[in-house]
Design a protein around this ligand. Structure first.
Ligand code: PRP
Ligand code: URA
Length: 210
């Protein structure tokens, strides 16, 4: 297994991943299942949050509780990353949402960035940034997104994906060892067109019915 990679191991996750892999799953159902997976993935990614102790009083006695003590920023990678936003904002309702627009050049598979908007200039540098992208294939889109976010001085970055290829994971382990990757499935390989096998096809097309 790879360093700083978490493959979420849960029967519900396995069931929904199987449903979205199935080519018979239509757009409507694909969206519903991605939405459910995004909830479970967000819950798992929540393990990365910093907490501080806090003194509270229950109706019975004083005790020490904990609270989350850092800002949370979500960065969905357009288009397909939008499918993960609802689950993450359900779990992290106070999160701020930034957007990264990237597509892959179909000839050479290199990422083409067309939009990047980070929420605020005064974002605390100890915020946690969750990059949301259902597919980690060559790793080009993730690498480009991570680099842009690091340029802004953000230190804690986590990539949340549904399906990952070993090629993409290896690339990120080489370039951004510090970025933890949470994925619901680690697949076998990329094919000659840069698609993940067995994968689920083109996530953006399946999510948006294009
Ligand atoms: C898909 C996917 C990722 C990227 C992963 O986006 O949503 O962003 O490919 O591939 P990589 O790891 O090789 O970079 P796509 O280029 O299809 O754009 P879209 O979401 O707008 O359809
Ligand atoms: N992007 C996708 O949407 N699917 C893949 O298999 C690879 C990249």
């Amino acid at each position: 297994m790879y360093e700083n990679l978490v493959v979420v191991d849960h029967p519900l996750v396995a069931d929904y991943i199987t449903k979205i892999r199935d080519k018979e799953t239509n757009t409507n159902d694909f969206r519903k299942y991605v939405d459910k997976l995004s909830l479970m993935l967000a819950y798992e990614c929540g393990k990365e949050l910093l907490v501080r102790k806090k003194a509270i009083e229950t109706p019975l006695t004083k005790c020490t509780g904990k609270y989350i003590c850092q800002d949370i920023i979500l960065v969905p990678v357009l288009r397909a990353g939008l499918g993960l936003v609802n689950g993450f904002t359900n779990i992290f309702p106070d999160a701020v949402i930034s957007h990264m627009g990237i597509y892959r050049n179909e000839e050479n598979l290199l990422p083409v960035k067309y939009y990047f908007r980070f929420p605020r200039e005064n974002t605390p540098k100890n915020s946690i940034v969750f990059i949301l992208d259902p597919m980690l294939a060559t790793g080009g889109s993730a690498e480009c997104t991570i680099s842009e976010i690091k340029k802004l001085g953000m230190k804690k970055i986590v990539l949340a994906s549904l399906v990952s290829a070993p090629e993409g994971v290896k690339e990120l382990r080489k370039l951004h060892k510090d970025v933890k990757v949470y994925t619901c499935a680690l697949d076998n390989k990329l094919n000659e067109f840069g698609y993940i096998v067995p994968g689920l096809g083109d996530a953006g097309d399946r999510l948006f019915g294009t």
